[in-house]
Write a protein that binds this ligand. Structure first.
Ligand SMILES: Cc1ncc(COP(=O)(O)O)c(C=O)c1O
Length: 423
């Protein structure tokens, strides 16, 4: 390694100089402000970014670990959770918390489920959670952290959770069933009502991972998108994870974990007091919790309101429809029937060209997105601002596709495996 290891400088540097260096450090990052990234960043427009930033800055030093010291944050968190449970059709007693992100919300749902089972006398060591193959890897992480096992179940021909296969995977060690609304790989909503029936029949906890859809689906439905019921309208749904730092457009470090009832939420909370500094009761994984993330989410939700979120969602849906039409017109194949903001597309079944060669051509032209495997495809997670670059993107797909066809040669040899490994 040629780089010199960093050391704390002896002397202070001016903020002006540091600011310049910070901007310089980002020079090779993906150009998300130019709308060229369809993963990692959600671009709702400069005004919303500014509200998120200013609100974050106002509360960046405050700490939600101390509600007695910061009733402001306690109130904002409560109001965010109330707005969320209302949007997701929960009963009035529903409750929850803000967390640092989808992974933490999922971890807490799985922990609550495990501890509720243990409280019923179940031996939870190695107990099983059953998820569709398309569920987020955060469930594997949760199972690993919590001493549980996980079974990933093949999805149906429509790429959604297959209720029969999910039912067949349940055994007497199973404590949790999971569906996504939508799943990350294909942007498809699992049949939550059918999973609910199975959960009821087997007396299982049902978690819906709406990290992507929690703050998008309600507005897509208002815009006329017909989804299977996916939230607390389905009686058997016990918990839902919904990320504010995705389609809630808040600053990063903000998600919600929501419980239908205070009884299950009680299993989320941890209390200890075996030290000389008093008891500590924490509802989430963190001790110190950033006030900025809470204030940012609270402010963006009030800044946008239903009207604002509907407007953002309308732009996303328009971009997706135009992209799907354009890609289909080029003979490319959209995977499943995506209705929301996320989708993946690959080559037509009889086309030997590598979709990953097309991905590389797009990457070389400055577009950054993920990929999926089996079936292989390019993955796009759209932001409202992408409606401004649909035509540019399609033109570059056409060019990348022509290049990929030319270079794959008469043998049709595909050039390469999946090009990215990402969260
Ligand atoms: C469906 C789904 N669940 C969970 C997560 C994990 O969220 P986070 O990255 O905020 O931990 C993601 C992230 O993209 C996701 O798409």
């Amino acid at each position: 390694m040629s780089e010199v290891r960093a050391r704390l400088p002896e002397r202070s540097e001016s903020w002006e100089a540091l600011r310049e260096r910070l901007v310089g450090l980002g020079r090779n990052d993906v150009d998300w402000r130019g709308k060229r990234s369809a993963v990692y960043v959600f671009h709702p427009g400069e005004d919303v970014l500014e509200v998120a930033k200013q609100a974050y800055a106002l509360y960046q030093s405050e700490n939600a670990l101390g509600p007695a010291a910061f009733p402001s944050l306690q109130r904002m968190e409560r109001e965010v959770v109330e707005m969320a449970t209302d949007l997701l059709h929960a009963p009035a007693e529903a409750t929850g918390n803000m967390t640092s992100g989808g992974t933490e919300s999922i971890l807490l749902a799985v922990k609550s489920c495990r501890d509720a089972a243990a409280a019923r006398g179940v031996d939870v060591r190695g107990a099983k959670i059953v998820v569709p193959r398309t569920a987020h890897l955060a469930f594997d992480k949760a199972a690993h952290y919590l001493g549980l096992s996980i079974e990933r179940v093949p999805v149906g021909a429509d790429l959604c959770a297959d209720p029969d296969a999910m039912r067949a995977a349940i055994d007497d060690r199973t404590i949790l069933l999971v569906g996504s609304a939508p799943c990350f790989p294909y942007g498809l909503v699992d049949p939550i009502p059918a999973l609910g029936e199975i959960a009821r029949a087997h007396d299982l906890w049902l978690h819906v991972d709406a990290c992507v859809g929690g703050y998008l689906n309600p507005f897509a439905e208002l815009e006329g998108v017909a989804l299977p019921e996916w939230d607390f309208r389905v009686d058997a749904v016990t918990t839902i994870s919904a990320d504010l730092h995705k389609y809630g457009y808040a600053a990063k470090g903000a998600s919600t974990i929501l419980h239908r009832s205070p009884e299950t939420h009680a299993h989320q909370v941890f209390r200890a007091d075996a030290w000389p500094a008093g008891g500590m009761t924490t509802p989430t994984v963190a001790g110190t919790r950033p006030g900025g993330a809470i204030a940012s989410a609270w402010a963006v939700m009030h800044y946008l309101g239903v009207e604002g979120y509907r407007d953002k969602t309308r732009r996303i849906l328009s971009a997706r429809r135009r992209l799907v039409d354009g890609l289909s017109a080029m003979g490319l194949r959209v995977l499943g029937r995506p209705e929301l903001s996320l989708f993946a597309y690959g080559m037509a079944e009889d086309d030997p060209t590598s979709i990953y060669a097309v991905w590389k051509g797009l990457h070389d032209r400055g577009w950054f997105s993920g990929v999926v495997q089996a079936p292989d495809g390019i993955h796009l997670m759209l932001s409202p601002s992408h409606d401004e670059v649909v035509e540019d993107y399609l033109a570059d797909v056409a060019a990348a596709l022509a290049e990929a066809r030319a270079s794959s040669g008469a043998s049709g040899a595909a050039d390469g495996a999946a090009p990215v490994d990402y969260a």
